[in-house]
Ligand binder design. Structure first.
Ligand SMILES: [Fe+2]
Length: 447
């Protein structure tokens, strides 16, 4: 099938029917689970990272595990689940015995403790882990942690870990159809005592909306091909400006990068579990960015290469979390100490085109400006025509904001996103993101 914008759009009704068929099949075949089971953060200082997520972002510690080689905390807010892991040893033989833990910075010869933080693991729940492992074997992909069967009084889980071809990115695969515990076997539930109750009660930060990876130049095509072969994901067109061969190229005097995107395709036989809701919750888009140039003299103008240098290689650049009222979320998080990237200049909100977008969206300019929130009304992907029709002339747009780096020794950051029909990723704001993020990436200053 041709994948240029026009043909994709004209195929939308057929695609929609196909998606509906798959959705119906999914309803019959599986329970409702988030597609992403959790996201793992490897840190040098576990208690400090836990405190940051608790105090500044309103997450609640709901489970804890202490093993001979690591401490692990599960932090939850609505359907957003972060697992914070802090290693006690870098010894590969000892780590091999642990059912869950891997050293995210290790080379085969290394047994040192990680000296850098990293958000390194997007864990997926799968329907049939044996079939998944077979698929990986057929593709010549070795597991970085072999299949484990882990049980406690709540049931049994089968799990393994595979390393992706993107830097330090790993994926834990979890089959847990009959497990009734709060998270995974051997994790102890933690009570309500330390909950930031006022923040947690809010209906904000609901679920992972998308992930973004920074990749080396000229690698995104191979990365997407790998995820298609191994995970049954499919490339999709980010918006109508995307070229079939070259991806979405964003090139100005300040920014030079290429974006490609993929998501899990429900019809894929690989069988990742996906929540089955109508609000986009079931989607798992992953956006991959690469620089258009790797020339050292261009580093200062190149957020992807700058990020990779600071991270120590390609990896997960940011995770976006959906929130239904971004202005109120930002106000609350700022009061609790969360820090956000430098807001755009005031002229961002008065540029003619954007001012028009804000007014057409019915958004309040001062509310966006006061909180440094960005707006994007980009022409979206293949589902946009259908969504626009269903919304009866309501403008489709998204609002977004980026935090400062979350961890002391890594440039990973969070994005908060409020979607009002739009399915893109804010590519119209990449330059504004560059302006706000580049300042601390280039000068290396802490959040
Ligand atoms: Fe994003």
């Amino acid at each position: 099938m041709e994948r240029d914008g026009q043909q994709i759009l004209s195929s939308a009704p057929l695609i929609h029917k196909l998606m509906n068929w798959c959705r119906l099949s999914s309803r019959l075949a599986m329970s409702c689970y988030p597609c992403v089971h959790h996201v793992e953060i490897g840190v040098v200082d576990g208690p400090a990272a836990v405190e940051c997520l608790k105090l500044h972002y309103g997450f609640k510690v709901t489970a804890f595990r202490q093993s001979a080689v690591a401490d692990q905390w599960l932090l939850v807010r609505n359907d957003t689940r972060f697992l914070v892991t802090s290693l006690k040893t870098g010894d590969q033989e000892l780590l091999k015995d642990d059912n869950y833990v891997i050293n995210w910075t290790a080379t085969k010869a290394s047994s040192e403790l990680p000296s850098k933080d990293s958000v390194f693991n997007i864990a997926f729940q799968v329907k049939n882990i044996d079939a998944f492992i077979q698929r990986l074997e057929n593709q010549g992909v070795d597991l970085s942690k072999s299949l484990r069967v882990v049980s406690d009084s709540e049931g049994t889980v089968r799990t393994c870990v595979v390393k992706s071809i993107v830097g330090d990115v790993h994926h834990t695969l979890i089959e847990k159809s009959d497990y009734a515990g709060v998270f995974l076997p051997c994790f102890e539930p933690v009570g309500q005592g330390n909950l930031q109750s006022d923040l947690h009660a809010e209906q904000s930060l609901i679920y992972f909306d998308h992930a973004a990876m920074s990749a080396e130049m000229n690698t995104t095509t191979a990365i997407i091909a790998w995820y298609e072969r191994c995970f049954g994901m499919k490339k999709f067109i980010i918006n109508r400006d995307e070229d079939k061969e070259n991806g979405l190229v964003l090139s100005t005097d300040k920014v030079g990068l290429r974006l490609r995107a993929m998501e899990y395709w429900k019809c894929a036989e690989v069988g990742l579990l996906a929540a089955d809701t109508d609000d986009g919750h079931e989607r798992l888009p992953i956006v991959i960015g690469e620089a258009l140039s790797s020339e050292p003299e261009n580093f200062a103008d190149n957020q992807i290469e700058s990020w990779i240098r600071q991270h120590g290689g390609p990896g997960i650049q940011h995770i976006a979390i959906y929130t239904p009222d971004i202005k109120s979320t930002v106000r609350s998080l700022k009061l609790s100490g969360a820090t956000f990237a430098k807001p755009p200049p005031d002229t961002y909100y008065s540029e003619i085109g954007r001012l028009h977008d804000i007014i057409k969206a019915g958004e309040d300019i001062e509310g966006l400006k006061e909180n440094g929130i960005l707006i994007d009304t980009e022409a979206d992907g293949i589902f946009e025509v259908e969504r626009k029709q269903s919304k009866e002339n309501k403008e489709s747009y998204l609002l977004q904001i980026f935090t400062k780096p979350l961890l002391p020794s890594d440039p990973f950051f969070l994005e908060l996103i409020q979607r009002e029909g739009a399915t893109g990723f804010g590519s119209g704001n990449v330059e504004a993101l560059y302006r706000s993020v580049q300042a601390y990436i280039v000068d290396g200053s802490s959040p």
